[in-house]
Design a protein around this ligand. Structure first.
Ligand SMILES: C[S@@+](CC[C@H](N)C(=O)[O-])C[C@H]1O[C@@H](n2cnc3c(N)ncnc32)[C@H](O)[C@@H]1O
Length: 474
């Protein structure tokens, strides 16, 4: 019989910071980096090493010798179980301090960049609870039990539940009673939908045997109080669907829009399914600054409306538009930044790969009586060419807001060739932003940078940087 290798414990590691993907980090006595889960900067802990790699180790805290002074009592009963809001036990002041540091470190270590005017203070969130406008919950006939509940023999996990998948569990769901991420009727709606489904005898989805009626629900609530509900069913049983949605509508007459879809697929993805309008308007409305948006069931929209408007204000301030500029908005989504800026420039040109989002952008343009915007669907790397710039005029300002992976190398090359006097780079991943800025440094100076907190209690941080062409005046 082989002998089990004894796990290594590193004693009294002081947690000093938070690294790129939100993991807490400290060092052992030899100075090697140790990543530790579920602790916060300021804690002193013994670490049980689970994984050793070249240059770093990963582990979990076995004993906590000292709790950080930045620790606070989490507000949520589901904290540490549902997998969301991982930083709720860290004071908000400490959260934003560490988010700002993540940006500074990425700029300095990856990009070797120091903005000429320094880093502006991080823009903290105006609301740290109930800030999301969209949440998705899953129905399941298997409940996730906490370690305390597991030791209670009277509890079975065969229960009808509605909530979130905890990390690493594909078949069990944490039964959410109250979620602090979405306000309005969200909590009451979810809890009532669970009760109504049980009352009506509807089967909650069983992912293992692929059976059951109810799969998911999505709630969208705009900052002006309009609400959309989308329910996905496994089976197209119209009698049950109409009965269930009718009962929900009767209890929540304030719902502006109710959709349903049928998802018989293996995967949970709903955005490739036909959306059927059961009640109300085909969209809900949202207001960011002066711009009104219509959001359909499949539209991508920034999930924190209040903070999105403040993020776009930082973009507008960095762009410093005088009314005469030709602005390109790359990775435009449904045109949110483009439409936000349109009234302050001569023309805005938006590019986005999702065709439906471009249709939404055009509808929103008409809704706001904006006539100086044009939108194109396709990959930025294919659409943005020198020919395209000749047809639409060379850009004076480029706003770019790519996904987490950052910009494709070919996009950076064409941006260097187009040499717009200013680039405003919005990013949700400071590491790839820093990488792209260092490539753009061939022609650009990084003048300003400001981080914005869009997602309190998570490690996510948004950052806006202003780049100015080396030969251009600010
Ligand atoms: C971070 S979001 C920004 C959306 C928008 N600026 C906003 O604030 O709502 C990135 C967007 O880029 C789009 N996208 C991702 N890869 C793309 C590509 N290669 N070409 C064009 N658009 C892309 C995504 O569909 C998404 O809408």
């Amino acid at each position: 019989m082989g002998r089990r290798k004894k796990k290594k414990i590193i004693e009294k590691v002081e947690i000093t910071g938070i690294a790129d993907k939100g993991k807490s980090v400290g060092r052992n006595q030899e100075g090697q980096v140790v990543f530790v889960d579920k602790v916060v900067p300021g804690d002193i802990v013994d670490v049980l090493v689970l994984r050793k790699r070249k240059g770093f180790m990963q582990g979990i805290a076995q004993t906590i010798h000292k709790y950080s002074e930045d620790r606070v009592e989490p507000i949520c009963e589901h904290f540490g179980v549902c997998g969301g809001c991982k930083w709720q036990h860290l004071s908000y002041e400490a959260q934003i301090k560490h988010k700002a540091l993540v940006v500074h470190n990425a700029f300095r270590r990856i990009g070797k960049i120091e903005p000429e005017e320094g880093f502006s203070p991080i823009l903290s969130a105006a609301e740290t609870s109930y800030y999301r406008n969209k949440l998705e919950f899953s129905f399941s006939n298997r409940r996730w039990l906490t370690s305390t509940e597991l030791s209670d023999d009277s509890l079975s996990n065969q229960q009808e539940v509605l909530g979130f998948h905890p990390p690493g569990s594909f078949d069990k769901i944490v039964d959410i009673q109250h979620c602090h991420l979405q306000g309005g009727i969200s909590n009451e709606l979810r809890n009532t939908m669970r009760e109504l489904a049980i009352e009506q005898g509807l089967a909650f989805y069983d992912i293992r045997s692929r059976a059951g009626m109810l799969r998911h629900m999505i709630v969208r609530i705009s900052s002006i109080g309009e609400t959309m509900l989308i329910v996905s069913f496994f089976e197209n049983d119209q009698e049950k669907i109409q009965g269930y949605l009718g009962a929900i509508q009767a209890q929540f007459p304030q719902l502006n829009s109710i959709y349903y879809c049928i998802n018989p697929k293996m995967n949970d993805f709903m955005m490739d399914l036909e959306m059927n309008l059961f009640h109300g308007t085909p969209w809900i409305e949202e207001q960011l600054g002066e711009v009104r948006f219509r959001i359909g069931p499949k539209s991508f929209f920034q999930t924190n409306s209040l903070q999105a408007a403040r993020l776009f204000d930082v973009v507008a301030k960095f762009a410093d538009l005088q009314g005469t500029e030709n602005v390109y908005d790359l990775y435009t989504g449904l045109g949110s930044i483009a439409l936000y800026l349109a009234k302050h420039c001569r023309q805005v040109v938006g590019i986005e790969e999702i065709a439906q989002a471009i249709e939404d952008a055009k509808d929103n343009m008409a809704l706001n009586e904006i006539d100086n915007a044009v939108f194109y669907a396709g990959d930025v790397k294919d659409i943005l060419t020198t020919d395209f710039a000749q047809r639409h005029g060379k850009p004076d300002v480029v706003v770019t807001d790519p996904p987490r992976a950052g910009m494709h190398k070919e996009v950076i090359e064409i941006l260097l060739e187009l040499a717009a006097p200013k680039i405003v780079y919005v990013s949700c991943n400071p590491a790839t932003q820093a990488r792209d800025l260092s490539l753009l440094a061939a022609k650009y100076r990084v003048v300003k940078s400001r981080a914005v907190d869009m997602f309190p209690h998570t490690h996510h941080v948004e950052n806006v940087a202003l780049l100015v062409l080396k030969s251009a005046e600010v």
